[in-house]
Design a protein around this ligand. Structure first.
Ligand SMILES: Nc1nc2c(c(=O)[nH]1)N[C@H]1C(S)=C(S)[C@@H](COP(=O)(O)OP(=O)(O)OC[C@H]3O[C@@H](n4cnc5c(=O)[nH]c(N)nc54)[C@H](O)[C@@H]3O)O[C@H]1N2
Ligand SMILES: Nc1nc2c(c(=O)[nH]1)N[C@H]1C(S)=C(S)[C@@H](COP(=O)(O)OP(=O)(O)OC[C@H]3O[C@@H](n4cnc5c(=O)[nH]c(N)nc54)[C@H](O)[C@@H]3O)O[C@H]1N2
Ligand SMILES: [Mo]
Length: 679
């Protein structure tokens, strides 16, 4: 089908430099300058357009042309031939592909009802136009099952919303003003590099750095104090500091009285966690934890960078609440460089719902962390059409073997809209080519850095790739949900911009990069305040836990003798989730502490088997004190090609949910490791 409604791409046969922005799932949302020669990308650089990008970007995006022009790029629609999972496909036209989608969806609707259709999508493209816009309108009109988007940031998001109404956080640049910086479960050196230089600058100016992380991350190596708490034990650690603040008279009772509810309940919940008891539970040196409490109680301005590594376990909601409560109890707000940083995406006041502008039906909600269960157990109705885009669930969702089992079902029709032949796409019945952020319009909103930027195509779509917007718009037209229009993607950009609050859209379309309404360097409790209903901090929010229990109830992971090691799988500097994992074909190394390796006669570089009741990963060992004893680490987002047996960390991750908000428990896995003969 001709791209009749496509914008004319800015192809120039000379050399041009085009300003745009990155929409990968990363807090930094960098501004880019892309050099294009004769319609081909030759250089991708960070620009100064967005001030926090400061002219530099990560190596992944600098070489993103490797994905754009990859030999594994999906160039046209393809239909499966031969058995599932064998990666054998026939090229078909877009016309045939869209016909097939209509046919399969109509069939599913007639036979089982529209709830048997499940959209599965997440962070591949973090822009406002490629993520819950035309796609959401389409699936809502269809009456498909709804996806609970819980795979990331569900516990932290629910905690920050309940306690502070998503108050914007301390800007990266303002870390320079802090005297104490606490980085809690965040590996910014990989996961959002622009924070690091500000932390270094603050340290050079005399600030102290505390890092709470079971791994000796690059920041932990630079830290004045590294607290390698066992995974999943942050709740007792944070409550012990809170308890210590109250006990030593260092809690800011005046501030709490004026601005917070639930103070007594929080104090009571914290009372059982003495420093010694929390240190025992988390495997920390009590003296080190005491030092942390001492510093937090006496140094200001103090800022906490609350990361996502700490939320991915059964206590992730409670720990997020307790960590975020620290600045309130310690009286750290109200000064530049004091407070916390969590997600800053709410600072713009942009409600995606307002952009979608289509009521949500009250259809079945499927928690995306339970995709394996949904595909193999749900029967009322079963999932019969799975529509995957912006996501690579076979790599990124828990319980990989169950997800694979589901994808192998004969009676499931799987559609995957993708850029490259991912592990998930290999199992599709229908593969559709998707544009990258260098080939379509979008609006990028940072969730760390305070950036809001227009994304524009720098090259024409590669092959027959279509953007999410074009795909779902065309499907909507076929189903009679939308009128054909000639405005195309650029029109969609203008339409969405018009719905943005506070003149943001006009500014964007005029080529500006507007600041958030309250400024780019908001001081908490000066420029920005809690967005809770009454503007007060809710230190003991109700209604968050499934069973009605206290949000601060600690649930120890009992582990077992069979599977004594704790497995974590955090962000790798080489991929964004699984995006770009195709470029890492080398066999991965499990990080294991020398004591744990010695006990298993494992030497550095040995082939090993990492296993539990859910699956096994065959890889190699990296024996290193970088991980604490009892904890082993694999990177998140690996592709099957990175291990000997094609299974990755998620083959070992259970489909269990966190205490609040149904979050994923990636860092709650327990495993055993053994030496394995060479392959
Ligand atoms: N290069 C790169 N950048 C990324 C991503 C990527 O995959 N690669 N992913 C993006 C996305 S989707 C997200 S959500 C963010 C995530 O960015 P981060 O907030 O940095 O989250 P993680 O990488 O999951 O984990 C951070 C740290 O938490 C530690 N950790 C694990 N379990 C625990 C625990 O129980 N307690 C504590 N205190 N620490 C723990 C890990 O060792 C790790 O060093 O990064 C974004 N940026
Ligand atoms: N073991 C373990 N697993 C984890 C985590 C962990 O800490 N440990 N972290 C989790 C986290 S934080 C997250 S956010 C999730 C992320 O999980 P996913 O959302 O699955 O993220 P990606 O792996 O980056 O896959 C996104 C896919 O979208 C595609 N894509 C990009 N742009 C577009 C577009 O415009 N249109 C279409 N159709 N496709 C596009 C990309 O090519 C890519 O293959 O992973 C989670 N998985
Ligand atoms: Mo994430």
């Amino acid at each position: 089908m001709a791209r009749s409604d496509a914008p004319s791409p800015p192809v120039s046969w000379g050399r041009s430099r085009i300003s745009t922005a990155c929409t990968l799932d990363c807090p930094d949302s960098c501004s880019l300058q892309v050099t294009v020669e004769r319609g081909r990308i030759v250089r991708i650089e960070g620009s100064h357009d967005a001030p926090s990008t400061a002219g530099y970007i990560c190596g992944k995006v600098r070489r993103f042309d490797r994905r754009v022009y990859s030999a594994e790029r999906i160039l046209y629609p393809m239909r499966r031939k031969g058995p599932r999972g064998h990666a054998a496909f026939d090229q078909i036209s877009w016309e045939e592909a869209l016909d097939l989608i209509v046919e399969r969806i109509e069939e599913a609707r007639t036979r089982y009802g529209a709830e048997s259709i499940l959209p599965y999508y997440y962070g591949g493209s973090n822009g406002l136009l490629t993520n819950e816009l035309d796609d959401a309108r389409f699936f809502r009109r269809l009456g498909a099952s709804r996806l609970a988007r819980t795979i990331c940031a569900a516990p932290t998001g629910a905690a920050a919303a309940a306690m502070y109404g998503r108050m914007p956080g301390v800007a990266y640049e303002d870390y320079a003003h802090a005297r104490l910086i606490v980085v809690w479960g965040c590996n910014a050196s990989a996961s959002g590099i622009h924070l690091v230089s500000h932390i270094k600058a603050a340290q050079n100016a005399g600030a102290k750095l505390v890092v709470v992380d079971p791994r000796r991350t690059p920041l932990a190596r630079m830290a004045d104090l590294h607290l390698p708490a066992r995974p999943g034990t942050d709740l007792p650690v944070a409550l012990a500091v809170i308890n210590d603040l109250f006990e030593r008279g260092r809690a800011d009772l005046g501030f709490l009285h004026a601005h917070a509810d639930g103070v007594d309940e929080l104090r009571q919940a914290a009372a059982e966690w003495t420093i010694d008891r929390a240190a025992q539970e988390s495997g920390l040196d009590p003296a080190a934890l005491r030092t942390f409490a001492e510093w937090y109680g006496t140094i200001a301005p103090a800022v906490v960078r609350c990361g996502w590594g700490q939320e991915r376990n059964r206590n992730g909601g409670g720990s997020s609440l307790a960590i975020l409560a620290l600045p309130a109890v310690g009286g750290k707000f109200g000064v530049r460089g004091g407070g916390y940083t969590m997600s800053n995406s709410a600072a713009w006041g942009i409600a995606q719902e307002a952009l979608v502008d289509e009521p949500s039906p009250s259809t079945r909600i499927v928690n995306m962390n339970e995709l394996g269960r949904a595909l193999t157990e749900f029967d009322n109705p079963p999932v019969t059409v799975l529509f995957v885009y912006n996501s690579n669930p076979l790599s990124t969702a828990p319980d990989q073997n169950r997800v694979r089992e589901g994808l192998m079902r004969d009676d499931l029709f799987t559609i995957v809209h993708e850029q490259v032949m991912t592990d998930t796409a290999v199992y599709a019945d229908l593969v559709l080519p998707a544009t990258t952020f260098l080939e379509h319009y979008d609006i990028a909103r940072g969730y760390g850095a305070y950036h809001l930027q227009v994304v524009q195509p720098v090259i024409a779509p590669v092959g027959e790739a279509k953007s999410n917007r074009d795909l779902f718009h065309e499907l909507s037209v076929r189903f009679g949900f939308a009128e054909p229009d000639d405005a195309g993607e650029a029109g969609a950009l203008i339409e969405a911009a018009a719905k943005l609050p506070d003149g943001l859209g006009t500014a964007l379309l005029q080529g500006q990069r507007p600041d958030p309404p309250k400024g780019r360097f908001p001081v908490q409790f000066v420029d920005v305040r809690p967005g809770t209903a009454d503007g007060r901090i809710k230190l003991f929010p109700a209604g968050l836990t499934r069973d009605g229990s206290s949000p601060y109830r600690y649930r120890p992971n009992p582990g077992s003798d069979t599977y004594p090691l704790s497995l974590i799988s955090p962000a790798s500097p080489h991929t964004i989730s699984s995006t770009l994992g195709e470029l890492r074909p080398t066999i991965v190394k499990l990080k294991i502490h020398p004591d744990d390796a010695a006990a298993r006669s494992i030497a550095d570089g040995d082939p090993i088997r990492v296993y539990n009741e859910l699956g096994e990963v065959h890889c190699e060992a990296s024996v290193t004190p970088e991980v604490r004893p009892g904890t082993v680490a694999l990177p998140k987002g690996l592709w099957a090609r990175s291990t000997f047996n094609g299974s990755t960390a998620n083959a070992l991750v259970p489909q269990t949910l966190s205490d609040i908000a149904g979050g994923a428990c990636f860092n709650d896995a327990r495993v055993q490791v053994e030496l394995k003969g060479r392959h």
